[in-house]
Design a protein around this ligand. Structure first.
Ligand SMILES: Cc1ncc(COP(=O)(O)O)c(C=O)c1O
Length: 358
């Protein structure tokens, strides 16, 4: 027996909805949402309801101590087939690692799959079907216990909301090295997908954008020497024909696109090396030609080329090749995600028919 209830308002709400001509990324919201609460030591029956404000006690832990974790994944529907997810259980695995780091509850697989499955099946008519377009799903979990003492919540709300979106066009990115601020500390929460990490990156983002750059490039918080990631993407360089990316170290996010790019590149016969990459080595490599291409990757944009790296003193380094290997990898990954090419990794999973509206 399904452990969820579909509100009778859901189908009439969807019947009144239509997609605007311009989607953007994360701007348009599907007018329904999924919610499951954890209280009294157990998950309560979940609900699919019209989208709307949620009531929250002003003393809830999430509002004061940022007890929250989230994920971002996409459902695709290109062509005639059913909507499909890309590696959704990897997002659940990461969400539960984030949740454990934030002393929150583990989300059971059935509750998570019901959430993303129902949201996608009910939204199927609104999944834009052009290549690169998708339904972006945002599952999140918040601590709701209402007492002001510093401590761990024992009540939680898990929700899934969704946004029909275009591919996130980061374009040819110009990025700036962040030499002062840190996004994460040794032993901190950098590897968890929790709001506080993003809050910590906002000031730097504002500063670099004022200087005309797109994103900050974060260095390791101990020596400020090794590259970690961008604020919402992982980082790759093409060095002497090999693809190099920073080795996971617990202080930045283990991207699912990063992992997919590593497998895909190896499948194409490209050598991939995960290692500590010093920023100075990259700057010198751009000048000598040893580093010929740079790109970043993440769910929203998939793969985005980097054309310029700027240092804090204003020196700029122009990358020799822009969007060459990056374009090949983006196209190959997108073709798998959109089921236009065979998927040797079995990454793509169809949405279960059991979630279809009755
Ligand atoms: C900080 C950060 N790094 C990297 C990524 C890329 O991760 P993924 O490929 O799983 O989207 C994201 C996006 O989720 C992110 O927020």
């Amino acid at each position: 027996m399904a452990n969820y209830h579909i509100s009778s308002d859901v189908l009439p709400t969807l019947a009144d909805f239509s997609l605007p001509d311009e989607l953007g990324f994360g701007e348009v919201k599907i007018p329904i949402m999924y919610r499951a609460d954890y209280a009294d030591g157990a998950w309560q029956p979940a609900e699919l309801t019209p989208y709307g404000n949620i009531e929250i006690d002003p003393a809830a832990k999430v509002l004061h101590y940022a007890q929250e974790v989230f994920e971002g994944l996409k459902a695709y529907k290109v062509g005639d087939g059913r909507a499909n997810f890309f590696r959704p259980l990897e997002n659940l695995k990461r969400m539960n690692l984030s949740s454990a780091r934030m002393c929150m509850i583990e989300i059971p697989e059935d509750i998570y799959m019901d959430g993303i499955g129902l949201m996608t099946a009910y939204s199927e008519a609104f999944i834009p079907n052009g290549s690169g377009k998708s339904l972006y799903l945002r599952p999140f979990l918040i601590g709701t216990r209402s007492n002001l003492g510093m401590g761990v919540s024992d009540t939680f709300t898990f929700m899934v909301i969704a946004s029909p979106s275009d591919i996130y066009h980061a374009g040819h990115m110009k990025i700036q090295i962040e030499r002062e601020a840190c996004r994460a500390a040794r032993g901190g929460t950098g590897a968890a997908k929790t709001g506080g990490n993003y809050a910590a990156s906002l000031q730097s983002a504002q500063n670099v954008q004022r200087r005309g750059y797109d994103q900050s490039l974060w260095l390791d918080p101990i020596e400020m020497k090794y590259i970690e990631e961008l604020s919402g993407m992982n980082f790759f360089i093409l060095q002497n024909g090999e693809l190099h990316t920073p080795m996971l170290n617990g202080s930045f996010l283990a991207g699912i696109t990063r992992d997919s790019i590593i497998s895909l590149a190896r499948h194409k016969g490209i050598t991939v090396v995960e290692r500590d990459i010093a920023i100075q080595e990259v700057l010198t490599g751009i000048q000598s030609g040893a580093v010929s291409e740079i790109f970043a990757c993440g769910t929203a944009a998939i793969v985005s080329p980097v054309s310029v790296i700027a240092d804090a003193d204003g020196t700029t380094y122009e990358v020799e090749k822009v969007d060459q290997l990056a374009a090949t990898l983006r196209q190959s990954l997108l073709a798998i995600q959109e089921r236009r090419e065979t998927d040797p990794f079995s990454w793509s999973i169809e949405v279960d028919n059991k979630y279809n509206p009755a």
